[in-house]
Design a protein around this ligand. Structure first.
Ligand code: SAM
Length: 299
């Protein structure tokens, strides 16, 4: 099967989950559920509690909030890049996904890696108990991907409850660290970047795959707003460089429905970056940008 055929299987899987588990049809727009509490969101202690509760109450529907075109574009780029990155040895590769939410990408990637004969194990971490429970539910369900029971992938993908600002239990153990559409939600994203580097095994592909949103994230709690810092490319690259990580590939993903937050066609920014334990040879600022073509996938 070629990449497009796999992306098409992912599209079917996503829609099966949306319809049968989240109870939404196709690209129905559903609001992200809000944790509606009386606590003042402007108090930093409450803010974090409110955000994690928001993820918990959204867990059963989040997979339906994301657009089909975002799923397919992201998966197309992931397959393209992971095809090269995972072709290294017979050793079992360990892949850590951070802020994995409902786990659709991780479950499908575990299926895809197995079907192309790659020996890999995914760990999908999220700090929301609701999200981890949702993913465990999928892994125990009757859902199938091209006839393969999702429950047969349990050995290949392990949901983990944890905060990406503290990855101590994974230090030095991961070949690839992947963070899809989650870094911009983290209270201290710079701490998460430091932890990603510490989680990497120096003897593997030592690669980070990071997909972020081009806008700052905003959640309404009553009439108040919780707003996260906007992660610009420059800020991300500078932070990576501090940890001896160099961007090696980037690509913009263009959406046809806007970003869901502030309109506009730039949907996601995709970055691949490599950790150089002995230090990067040059600053990214002196290099020509490793930009790939914009991706637009419409099924
Ligand atoms: C926008 S959702 C993306 C989910 C998934 N990666 C996807 O693309 O479908 C962001 C996820 O990040 C998780 N998250 C936010 N901050 C986190 C943190 N500090 N550690 C772990 N997970 C976090 C949330 O619980 C939520 O599930």
């Amino acid at each position: 099967m070629n990449t497009n055929e796999y992306v098409s299987l992912f599209f079917d899987f996503v829609n099966k989950v949306k319809k049968t588990v989240c109870k939404v049809e196709g690209d129905d727009i559903i609001p992200m559920h809000q944790a509606n509490q009386d606590w003042d969101p402007l108090d930093p202690a409450n803010r974090e509690r409110l955000l994690s509760m928001t993820w918990n109450v959204s867990a059963s529907t989040w997979a339906g909030v994301e657009k089909n075109s975002t799923y397919t574009q992201t998966m197309a780029v992931l397959i393209e890049r992971l095809l090269k990155l995972t072709d290294i040895s017979n050793r079992k590769l360990r892949i850590l996904s951070l802020g994995s939410g409902p786990g659709l990408y991780e479950i499908f990637l575990a299926y895809w890696l197995r079907s192309i004969g790659r020996n890999a194990r995914m760990y999908s971490l999220d700090y929301s108990e609701g999200m981890v429970a949702f993913q465990n539910g999928l892994l125990s369900s009757d859902l199938r991907i091209d006839g393969v029971r999702v429950s047969a992938l349990k050995e290949a993908v392990t949901p983990v409850l944890g905060n990406m600002e503290d990855l101590r239990k994974f230090y030095g153990g991961m070949d690839i660290v992947f963070c899809n559409n989650a870094l911009q939600w983290v209270a201290d994203w710079r701490a998460a970047v430091r932890e990603m580097q510490l989680a990497l095994n120096e003897n593997g592909p030592r690669t980070l795959v990071v997909v972020i949103h081009p806008n700052a994230m905003v959640v309404h709690v009553g009439d108040k707003l919780i707003e996260r810092e906007l992660i610009t490319e420059e800020a991300l690259f500078d932070e990576l460089e501090k940890h001896r990580i160099q961007p090696v590939f980037q690509r913009y993903m263009i959406g046809n429905e806007g970003t869901g937050q502030a309109g506009g066609r730039l949907n996601r920014m995709f970055f691949e970056a490599r950790f150089y334990p002995l230090g990067v040879s040059r600053s990214w600022r002196e290099m020509s940008r490793p930009v790939g073509k914009a991706t637009f996938v419409k099924l």
